[in-house]
Ligand binder design. Structure first.
Ligand SMILES: [Zn+2]
Length: 363
């Protein structure tokens, strides 16, 4: 029998004559319940990170959101609200992921980045904050037509650059994404179409199904269409410049703010008819900011090399990652220092996204 003391040392009296002191670890969390096990003391380091880290999601109410994060992904949403976004991995001044399990329970992602960087994230370029942000998005209605600033204009405009990537986890029949322009245009021409209410006719429309993915370099005019449940991986930034919001009003009858001048300075007016991502083997996208791979898991497999962290997001099936049970829509972070880095499927078919930050070329 285990003496359960959350996060503290406990005695395991289940092994007669072999009682050991260890660190209590939550190792199987499904959102509502957790099973506990005891890690023998001899396996502990100064920071025992035997299990991958799980973070608490932060839910955002949105005019275009719904309830699908609960119905499809089992998230426990606040009742009666249209939830558009779950911020799963975030280190921003206005929003912080906190650890749900293990000895770091309650710590913020920023704390981990500042105080345990090498052990958790490995050798990465220095930055003020953890450089990527991961969200799950439930678009019941379409999002505003928008753009995020490229680095060269973000600085001038007082914003932050944002390149993003969407993976379509679920899509209703007829679902679409909007990205890039139908034709090359000029800023003046584009501005005129905003004024006369026809700017939505300028955006390129792409029909999508589950499994599709889209890369959106900063400066690409875009929006998410209705009926998409997406995993979004992006630069750590919240600079969004809205061009058009479909003449919608919020519950108070007010339209949301537009940022037309900032958007006009950020949009790449030569960016026409971009394609969906064409995977290269398992790699969906790889650049200096982030790398995203999609894996079909059958045989047990190491999620990353020792010294490299990886974030998993289970898409389908059921899987075990170093003793942590994962269901669709659940994420975890396997630390750089973890000894057990094995992911295995617990169902006939499991698939996942594996997100990491490539090491810089000087390394
Ligand atoms: Zn966006």
């Amino acid at each position: 029998m285990l003496i359960l003391v959350r996060g503290l040392l406990v005695t395991n009296a289940a092994w007669p004559g072999k009682a050991e002191t260890g660190l209590l670890a939550k190792n199987r969390c499904t959102g509502y319940s957790c099973r506990y096990s005891v890690l023998p003391a001899r396996f502990m380091t100064s920071l025992d990170l035997t299990r991958p880290l799980v973070f608490e999601p932060i839910f955002m109410e949105r005019i275009w959101g719904g309830r699908r994060l609960e119905t499809e992904f089992g998230k426990k949403l606040p009742p009666g609200r249209r939830i558009g976004e779950a911020w799963e991995i975030v280190d921003r001044p206005e929003a912080q992921s906190t650890v749900r399990n293990g000895p770091l329970q309650g710590k913020s992602l920023h704390d981990l980045w500042m105080n345990h960087r090498r052990e958790i994230f490995g050798e990465l370029a220095d930055s003020q904050r953890f450089p990527i942000l991961i969200k799950l998005l439930d678009a019941q209605d379409k999002l505003s037509l928008q753009v995020h600033p490229p680095a060269r204009v973000a600085e001038r405009l007082g914003g932050e650059p944002k390149t993003e990537f969407w993976y379509v986890a679920r899509a209703d029949p007829g679902a679409e994404l909007f990205a890039g322009l139908r034709e090359v245009t000029t800023m003046e021409d584009f501005k005129a179409s905003i004024a006369d209410g026809t700017v939505a006719e300028r955006i390129h429309t792409i029909p999508v199904k589950a499994g599709d993915a889209m890369f959106l370099p900063a400066g690409r005019f875009h929006a998410i269409g209705a009926g998409n449940l997406l995993v979004e991986i992006q630069q750590n930034s919240d600079s969004t410049y809205r061009v058009f919001d479909w003449n919608r009003k919020d519950d108070q009858g007010k339209p949301r703010d537009l940022h037309v001048d900032l958007a006009l300075q950020s949009i790449d007016f030569t960016d026409c008819r971009p394609d969906l991502v064409r995977p290269s083997g398992e790699v969906l996208v790889s650049n200096a900011l982030f790398e995203v791979q999609k894996w079909s898991v059958q045989a047990p497999r190491e999620i990353s090399q020792p010294g490299q962290f990886a974030i998993l997001c289970l898409l389908e099936g059921e899987a075990d990652c170093a003793g942590l049970h994962l269901q669709p829509g659940e994420l975890c972070l396997v630390t750089a220092a973890a000894k057990d880095r094995t992911v295995r499927s617990l169902s006939s078919r499991s698939s996942l996204l594996r997100v990491t930050i490539p090491r810089s070329e000087q390394d």
